[in-house]
Design a protein around this ligand. Sequence first.
Ligand SMILES: Cc1cc2nc3c(=O)[nH]c(=O)nc-3n(C[C@H](O)[C@H](O)[C@H](O)COP(=O)(O)OP(=O)(O)OC[C@H]3O[C@@H](n4cnc5c(N)ncnc54)[C@H](O)[C@@H]3O)c2cc1C
Length: 460
Amino acid sequence: MTLPRHTIAILGGGPGGYEAALVAAQLGADVTVVDSDGLGGACVLTDCVPSKTLIETSNAMTLLNRSAGLGIASGGLATVNAARLYERITDLARAQSADITARLAAEGIKVIRAKGRLAGPGRVRAGDAEITADTVLIATGALPRVLPGAPPDGERILTWRQLYDLTELPRDLIVIGSGVTGAEFASAYQALGSRVTLVSSRDRVLPQEDEDAANHIEDVFRRRGMTVLGRSRARSVARDGDGVTVTLDDGRTVTGSHCLLTVGMIPRTEGCGLEQAGINVDPRGFVQVDRVSRTSVPGVYAAGDCTGVLLLASVAAMQGRIAMWHALGEAVHPIRLDHVAATIFTDPEIATVGVSQRAVTAGEVSARVLKLPLATNPRAKMAGFADGFVKLLSSPGTGVILGGVVVAPRASELILAVSMAVEQRLTVEQLAQTFAVYPSLSGSITEAARKLMEFTPDAP
Ligand SMILES: Cc1cc2nc3c(=O)[nH]c(=O)nc-3n(C[C@H](O)[C@H](O)[C@H](O)COP(=O)(O)OP(=O)(O)OC[C@H]3O[C@@H](n4cnc5c(N)ncnc54)[C@H](O)[C@@H]3O)c2cc1C
């Protein structure tokens, strides 16, 4: 006699949903994904993948603009073909979505293209179809938050999801919001050739991030000609012929050709039947989950941006996988958010992992902190840049690496060494004794560890 297969219905086909589907199928479950906009989700179609593709082009422009200093006579100013750029971005996003669609089909996962909602215990409605499931996973993502006084029109007042429909590069871009998304787009468009004004309601850009890194990047932005308006809260944005006027809370106005709103996300759960199902949400509407992705209702899990837990694709995917391992009775470790490696894709990039200096300053963790500028790194000199640093945090008693920050071109790749040290509880000494290639930027990571060794360990 064969036992009936565990049935799983997943609402949403972004990283939270499709990665969960792959794990569940691998474990033999009967899986259906209900997705309204295309597999890969906002991550692949409008957010992470398109923005990182845009940033690859902006990085190439930065390199071209540095080329004269590297001894290259380019014979003219490089300019961006906006139509080609946006076409490349949308083609690449669609191709990535198609790859994911093919992968799910190959694993025997059913996909229904429809808006779905919970229809009762163990029941999901997907358009006209109804699915019964032993386990339901909600992974419906989030939407750009908009300001009441700044309704996006898709032409001049934009959310980042509308950028790729433009046919030209914004001549004079005002970015409202200086969190991760705002800083990334401000950095990229400035490198692409737009004049950029960054409107920040806080004292500095990237208020949630490592203070040294945030100050460093703000300094880079200003040196490159960006206007950064600190402590300036936008009240409204109005279309003004072929331009926009942003009015700040204190009455000042800023004019430009386009305005990009990057003021956070709201959960995309409207119409999903959460309230009727009795699923608890937090005051901002994000689905409340525990560390194995369970909601307040048995048999219903949630993953990704709709939970408001670190809005990152890597975290969404891990929450989704953990939900499936748990639902299907596998051994599972609750999610650990203190070891998540993350990057802000400005130029230079800011990559972080583990304990932050803020936690040390607040007295929550005791740590030694060492910051080593990249300006003296031989590889940085050869490549013609001086902006950036490596910061390591270690336990004063044991010398174990607790965290780190890398500000550098491709810091997203360099952080893995620190991430492994944090995950594997390596000591400063072990990192210091590890070979780094000469010359390399990663040489600054081992050098920082050697400098940390100059502290004598405290007695246990
Ligand atoms: C500009 C930007 C850049 C980013 N860059 C990075 C980065 O570099 N690295 C990183 O790790 N993270 C990045 N992120 C974050 C990352 O995009 C999100 O964390 C990730 O998309 C979350 O995945 P998800 O599965 O929760 O949701 P989503 O990717 O939003 O997918 C949700 C899916 O559910 C579908 N859906 C919604 N409602 C329903 C419904 N009722 N029925 C059926 N389907 C539904 C949607 O159509 C969508 O396909 C970025 C975010 C932004 C805004």
